[in-house]
Design a protein around this ligand. Structure first.
Ligand SMILES: [Fe+2]
Length: 241
């Protein structure tokens, strides 16, 4: 059992020992306050990541509702999505803001962001649901993701939903180094990644939503990328999340 698992189990036992609805209500309110504070800190650090996180939260919430989650659970997932890239706020600027392709070493550093984000949340005593969702949002259905290389249903469902929402937004977003893909092109990428990067059931559900709602793709903020934030994304041939 690794540190994260041990701490998560501890939280679960602690949660089970909470008595009565008031304690639960207080805990939920406190969690929300903490997570929204972190979302604000992301906004201060990097407006592009913040806007991306807001869109991902909306997609993830819609997708969760579509696959049968309650309104409350879907709202919790949206909160997790708002801070899914929290760990990036602790990545040094010379890597985070680098305009060129990352070296292998730099890429490894960037890939620590789910773990960093999860550790920050653990330190703030938030519910393990949020910790797990942030920690595993870069895992892949075929086991080739990170940080743990979890496979299939070993990956929490919340993270599998978040992954699809996250990738779709990156694909359809304009970046200083790339144009936004059309909905059709992004749709094809999700389809080709189904069963590899994505849980096939979740990818299918997202595509159904996309097909059934003409205005599904959220607009980018007009002139959203201030000059100071334009370098916050690296030039890369593959999708960066
Ligand atoms: Fe991420």
């Amino acid at each position: 059992m690794n540190n994260i698992d041990a701490i998560t189990n501890l939280y679960t036992r602690k949660e089970q020992s909470l008595q009565g609805g008031q304690a639960r209500f207080d805990r939920e309110r406190e969690n929300k306050h903490i997570l929204l504070s972190f979302a604000n800190s992301i906004q201060e650090r990097d407006i592009v990541t913040y806007d991306h996180s807001r869109r991902v939260a909306t997609y993830a919430q819609r997708l969760a509702r579509y696959v049968g989650w309650s309104r409350r659970d879907a709202r919790d997932l949206a909160l997790a999505a708002l801070v899914h890239d929290l760990g990036k706020t602790w990545i040094a600027n010379d890597i985070l803001l680098k305009a060129d392709t990352l070296s292998d070493e730099e890429r490894k550093t960037m890939e620590r962001h789910p773990l960093i984000g999860a550790r920050i949340l653990i330190g703030c005593d938030v519910h393990p649901f949020y910790v797990e969702t942030v920690l595993y949002h870069h895992e892949a259905w075929d086991g080739r993701g990170y940080p743990s290389g979890l496979k299939g249903e070993e990956i929490p469902l919340s993270a599998r939903i978040l992954t699809v929402a996250d990738v779709y937004d990156v694909l359809t977003s304009q970046r200083p180094y790339k144009a936004a893909l059309s909905e059709d092109a992004a749709r094809e990428r999700l389809l080709s990644g189904s069963g590899a990067s994505f849980d096939p059931m979740i990818a299918r559900a997202f595509l159904n939503l996309l097909d059934s709602q003409p205005q599904f793709t959220l607009p980018q903020r007009i002139c959203a990328i201030p000059s100071t934030a334009k370098t916050a994304y690296h030039v890369a041939s593959s999708v960066r999340l």
